[in-house]
Design a protein around this ligand. Structure first.
Ligand code: GAR
Length: 197
């Protein structure tokens, strides 16, 4: 079975959906949940699911991303993951880090990539007058939110939607999409997963 490390920064609802999907018959299992925020709510959720956790607080490293990432790598080397899933991990990773894990690292992003890389994706979709919004799971490369897309889920935008209502509508689809893509990915199946409207 493939060993999966999940990197989080916040509540970790996508992490929970990934862990819950990795049942005993699944070709992968969670070996570590790693956070850059020692206070992240997802850490307690991971512990409740019996997944080992670790935090590398990014703040003492200041602008030194290389040193922060060296500490991440130390934690990862102990857990020996085959695959890394970024799940609401809100630190930008350097090309050195993404190169090291090339072909072995996935991310979920709350937009229909290649639209709206970066932050504030729901607001930007509303501002653009989009009728359709969604989320994407992609392979991580050096280009932020720019790697090959492996799956997407779509929702309709209504005229009264706000960034908050869109986020709330999209999250349950994220929770379906990410485990579905991970399952295909660990079995070497690179066909796109498509969900929703
Ligand atoms: C999710 O909506 C995820 O798509 C987004 O953060 C949220 C994390 O929620 N990720 C990004 O914005 C990545 N740049 P969670 O902690 O409950 O999974």
């Amino acid at each position: 079975t493939q060993r999966v490390a999940i990197l989080i920064s916040g509540g970790g609802s996508n992490m929970v959906s990934l862990v819950n999907a990795m049942t005993s018959d699944h070709p992968a299992r969670p070996v570590l949940v790693l956070s850059n925020d020692p206070e992240a709510g997802g850490l307690a959720k991971a512990r409740a699911l019996n997944v080992p956790t670790f935090a590398v607080d990014h703040r003492p490293f200041g602008k030194d991303r290389a040193a922060f990432e060296a500490a991440l790598q130390d934690a990862l080397m102990l857990a020996k993951p085959d695959i890394i899933c970024l799940a609401g991990f809100m630190r930008i990773l350097t090309p050195d880090f993404t190169r090291h894990w090339a072909g072995r690292m996935l991310n979920i992003h709350p937009s229909l990539l290649p639209k709206y890389k970066g932050l504030h994706t729901h607001q930007r979709a509303i501002d653009a007058g989009d009728k359709i919004h969604g989320c994407s799971v992609h392979e991580v490369t050096a280009e932020l939110d720019g790697g090959p897309i492996l799956g997407q889920a779509r929702i309709a935008i209504q005229s009264d939607d706000t960034p908050e209502t869109l986020a709330a509508k999209l999250l349950p689809l994220e929770h379906q999409l990410y485990p579905a893509v991970l399952h295909r990915y660990v079995t070497g199946d690179r066909r796109m997963v498509t969900l929703g409207a």
